[in-house]
Design a protein around this ligand. Structure first.
Ligand code: GLC
Length: 714
């Protein structure tokens, strides 16, 4: 439908019908068979007469079910305006990929894009139109459960991943390509920085910090074309995001140029009352409406109060029409007026969803997400070894992680199922933890060559509403490691978890340590392939692993201080340090080992001085010194030595993942211009100062070589 016709359509709509487009209901409003007014409909201040005016629904999929609901809706909607079907497809639909914190550890935006594209294919044949993804909240605090859903602590990397997710979901033409979904970047803004890592807690930061670190990934997703933005539950400078007119109108829409649909998070408009910035739903609805929230997810402000607010002139019907136009434009851009069933197709659903090809991609993405944290010549395991597999995650299918809605753990292969593909059942001995703790396993272990420990969290220990004040291994897992250590056998610990963990108590008691995150549908097979060397691990951390909770929040790009500690002065007292623990994390941002070793040549700079019109090429030659092929993620960092504000000790400004055969070497080149060196000044302008910059290249954020370049004023 041409856009002009949308405005004609709006002119035919009653105020109730316009408001209906701004209401989103959950699946249970549609899965119910009874037509009489049920509790939920009442709670939402709705009536059965109003139901046909509703604009969108979340949490329903399945080609036949969606088509039936859409058909029924169109038969009752006076003007034939179709429903939008939305859901949380965050790291896969039914074929589940590693959690985003895992996918990001691949440092491979193309891979991330591919997983999003597959998720979109499976979702669209199942009737979905919109995904509430990517979540691009920058995170620095492992106490917060939703770090699993983010791509980590760095603004530059998060921007690349945000773009990759949006490209994968949306493709290039949503109307023509019905295998794609509209993306909804979330949660605007700075939801990843709750005080004390406590879920839904206050966010306190300067506008400069917000702009420097937290906004770039949202901006990247919007610039990549994300059609929706979701509001955050938290406050931004004392005002809840969902009712924050400066954040949404001035910053998001005017300055960042977002002209798509702004949807509230679940119940977030109603929660303005609990926040204490609204006395009642009328106030809450006014705040959200004035902030430009187009769709209210699962609270009742718009359904109960917006008509009155319009009729009383409290809010402007012109703004109502603008909101409705954005919603209808989204439906139109999805082609729903021409084809309200879009990609829903039961036959294609049968072929596409959970296909072998998609599961292969899930396994490969899991293999690329795995991070080797320690290897004292024990990995990879040899095929003739006798292996004891011990620990709570040995046979678990709980490998999908949070936000894996249609994923089915019964279809998920465990680590044991993965490992038995590599060795015979005689070679793979499952031993109960209790046997170890009760010293009753000695006989079973006598001829075992290596012990593999399957440790970590359960999936509900991370995700939404899953903050932890302790981030050590849960239960008696540390005790289990200590008991195993006494058996004088080589030990490899593997981890399924959704956040950086405090591994200080066990890191010295194991010979190998492998971080697999929640690796998804094929995670067990992927981890086994890495353990037995079929895949050489190449993943690198995108979030620092602290030495203990006392260091949190900890992140590599911390600002400089007036009393920095370094190797030379660390014995001195009056420095920025702790009495009991080093400042450095246990495992730093960008860290990950390989089964081979890579050497780096000295850095080569095309220029040591340059102007704002020039660029500097930073080159390094990387060689695979080992006997197995491997991939290395070469990282480029910069430190601005003197700024108008205190600048970070280093910032990621580029990365390249290169594959090298044994003894092969490759030149890796990065191009730096003044643009990459810009930062948010005290007056909030984004600009680059002249001066000297340390340029660093290395295998992680700590192991780098550095040179200095000078940006001249002209
Ligand atoms: C949740 C989450 C949000 C999700 C929404 C719909 O509370 O905060 O990320 O998309 O509700 O499920």
């Amino acid at each position: 439908m041409e856009s002009i016709k949308l405005k004609e359509l709006i002119n035919k709509m009653t105020v109730e019908e316009k408001i209906g487009q701004m209401i989103q209901l959950s699946a249970d409003f549609y899965n119910t068979t009874e037509n009489e007014i049920t509790g939920p409909i009442n709670d939402m201040h709705l009536t059965t007469e109003k139901m046909p005016t509703i604009g969108s629904v979340l949490g329903i999929s399945g080609a036949e079910q969606v088509k039936a609901i859409q058909q029924s809706h169109l038969e009752s909607n006076r003007l034939g305006i179709p429903l939008l079907f939305m859901a949380d497809i965050v790291h896969g639909y039914r074929t589940i990929f590693p959690i985003p914190l895992g996918l990001a550890s691949s440092w491979d935006p193309k891979l991330v894009e591919q997983t999003a594209s597959i998720a979109a294919r499976e979702s669209s044949v199942s009737g979905l139109h919109v995904t509430f993804s990517p979540m691009v909240d920058l995170v620095r605090d492992a106490r917060w459960g939703r770090v699993m859903e983010s791509t980590g602590e760095d603004a530059y990397l998060n921007q690349q991943m945000a773009r990759a997710f949006v490209r994968g979901y949306q493709g290039l033409n949503l109307k023509e390509d019905v295998s794609k979904l509209a993306a909804c970047v979330k949660h605007f803004a700075a939801y990843g920085a709750p005080v004390a890592g406590r879920e839904y807690n206050t966010v306190n930061m300067s506008e400069r910090q917000l702009r420097e670190n937290y906004l770039p990934a949202y901006k990247a997703a919007i610039d990549e074309g994300s059609r929706l933005v979701m509001t955050a539950f938290n406050t931004v400078d004392g005002i809840p995001a969902t009712g924050n007119s400066w954040l949404m109108n001035e910053l998001l829409r005017k300055e960042m140029g977002f002209d798509g649909v702004l949807i509230s998070d679940w119940g977030a408009i109603g929660e303005l009352i609990a926040h204490g910035v609204a006395e009642n739903l009328k106030d809450a609805g006014t705040l959200a409406f004035e902030a430009g929230v187009d769709i209210e997810m699962m609270s009742a402000a718009y359904s109960s109060e917006l008509k009155g607010l319009i009729e009383s002139g409290t809010v402007d019907e012109q703004k109502l029409d603008e909101a409705v136009l954005r919603i209808l434009e989204l439906k139109n851009d999805l082609g729903l007026f021409e084809n309200p069933y879009r990609g829903a197709d039961a036959q294609k659903e049968e072929q596409e969803v959970f296909s072998q090809e998609n599961r292969e991609a899930a396994r490969m993405s899991a293999e690329q997400s795995i991070v080797l944290l320690k290897n004292e010549q024990i990995l990879p395991l040899k095929k003739d070894m006798k292996v004891a597999l011990i620990g709570p995650n040995s046979k678990t299918n709980d490998l999908l992680g949070s936000w894996s809605w249609k994923g089915d753990t019964s279809e998920t292969r465990s680590l044991y199922e993965g490992m038995i593909e590599h060795v015979s059942s005689e070679q793979l001995v499952l031993i109960e933890e209790t046997d170890i703790l009760n010293h009753a396993a000695d006989a079973k272990l006598a001829d075992v060559d290596v012990i593999v420990l399957a440790l970590g969290e359960t999936s509900e220990m991370s995700g939404e509403a899953a903050s932890r004040t302790s981030i050590t291994l849960p239960g008696n897992q540390n005790e289990l490691v200590k008991a195993i250590r006494k058996l004088s056998k080589p030990v490899v610990a593997t981890l399924f978890n959704g956040r950086p963990l405090d591994l200080s108590d066990i890191v010295d008691d194991v010979d190998g340590l492998v971080e697999a995150w929640f690796p998804g549908t094929e995670g067990g097979a992927a981890l086994a392939n890495v353990l037995f060397g079929e895949v050489n691990p190449s993943g690198k951390l995108t979030m620092s692993f602290p030495r203990n909770i006392g260091q949190v929040p900890i992140y590599y790009n911390q600002d400089k201080t007036g009393r920095p500690m370094n190797e030379e002065n660390k014995a001195e007292k009056y420095l920025s340090k702790y009495l009991d623990v080093e400042n450095s994390p246990l495992f730093p941002f960008g860290f990950g080992l390989s089964y081979t070793t890579f050497s780096y040549s000295a850095l080569n700079l095309s220029h040591t001085t340059f102007t704002k019109e020039d660029s500097v090429t930073v080159s390094v030659t990387v060689k695979n010194e080992g006997t197995v092929a491997g991939s290395e993620i070469v990282q480029l960092y910069v430190q601005d030595e003197v700024g108008k504000v205190v600048r970070p000790v280093k910032e990621l400004k580029g990365f390249k993942k290169i594959a090298l055969e044994p003894q092969e070497e490759k030149d890796v080149n990065f191009t730096l211009t003044a643009k990459e060196l810009a930062y948010v000044h005290p007056d909030l302008t984004f600009a680059t100062d002249s001066g000297t910059f340390k340029v660093m290249v290395g295998t992680d954020s700590e192991n780098v070589q550095s040179e200095t370049i000078r940006l001249m004023t002209k």
